[in-house]
Design a protein around this ligand. Structure first.
Ligand code: AP5
Ligand code: MG
Ligand code: ZN
Length: 218
């Protein structure tokens, strides 16, 4: 069983690596950012609440996020493992997750921490494009789709996220530094942290993650 967390600043490649890990390990991919964007698109009450925070590049309050993740992790497809992408993002979220998993007699297998310099992140995020339909991730220079504006996987429309405007990107990086980076020490102290150089090419990062997981599982 693999219970994985993808940790890293905005643009580190969490979503990109999650796509590859899903292909390899067939685990459900739980991205709290994707959940919020879907809710915003639907115009649900959750979406209306979350939109203000996403547009400002700020974190959605812990009590809202925690409820959503607990509910998602309790579903049948998560009982054989999961990939959390963008959660936890604060110490209280991490403590909640530990309590929840302990209650179910489970634990985190590994925290995959993807490390990338902030200047590189700004270039990545301002050049990122995403499929509106299946959330596949592209980059205008590093990973263009075969046909411009059209998703390779599903033929869906490719768009630019609203929070990828440069000013919002800078805000998100600040929020990461203040509220999320402390999780690196949190998971290191608990012996869960595995750090990868996210400035290597996508496939190299993926191979290194797979190698580390194999070593750990024997
Ligand atoms: P979320 O959607 O999680 O955004 P994020 O954490 O800011 O991360 P990103 O999705 O921007 O980056 P990524 O690491 O997935 O990178 P990607 O693979 O796309 O959250 C959005 C918002 O939702 C938050 O701001 C907050 O408001 C709210 N939220 C979500 N979770 C929350 C929580 N737990 N608590 C509170 N609020 C929450 O890659 C980026 C680009 O780089 C792509 O173009 C890609 O092609 C390219 N790329 C990737 N890897 C490489 C590589 N190795 N080399 C070159 N290019 C690469
Ligand atoms: Mg992402
Ligand atoms: Zn698609």
């Amino acid at each position: 069983m693999l219970n994985l967390i993808l940790l890293g600043p905005p643009g580190a490649g969490k979503g990109t690596q999650a796509e590859l890990l899903v292909e390899r390990f067939h685990l459900p991919h739980i991205s709290t950012g994707d959940i919020f964007r879907a809710a915003i698109k639907e115009g649900s009450p959750l979406g209306q609440k979350a939109k203000v925070f996403l547009d400002a590049g700020k974190l959605v309050p812990d009590d809202i996020v925690v409820g959503i993740v607990e509910e998602r992790l309790s579903q049948p497809d998560c009982q054989e493992g999961f990939i959390l992408d963008g959660f936890p993002r604060t110490i209280p979220q991490a403590e909640m997750l530990d309590r929840y998993l302990a209650g179910a007699d489970r634990q985190i297998t590994a925290v995959i921490n993807i490390d990338v310099d902030f200047e590189v992140l700004i270039r990545r995020l301002t050049g990122r494009r995403v499929c509106r339909n299946c959330q596949a991730v592209y980059h205008i220079v590093n990973k263009p789709s075969q046909k411009s504006g059209v998703c390779d996987h599903c033929g869906g429309e490719i768009y630019q996220r609203q929070d990828d405007a440069e000013e919002t990107v800078r805000k998100r990086l600040e929020v990461y530094r203040d509220q999320t980076a402390p999780l690196i020490a949190y998971y290191r102290e608990r012996g869960k942290l595995k750090t990868f150089n996210g400035e290597e090419p996508i496939q190299v990062v993926f191979d290194q993650i797979c190698l580390a997981l194999e070593e750990q599982n024997g």
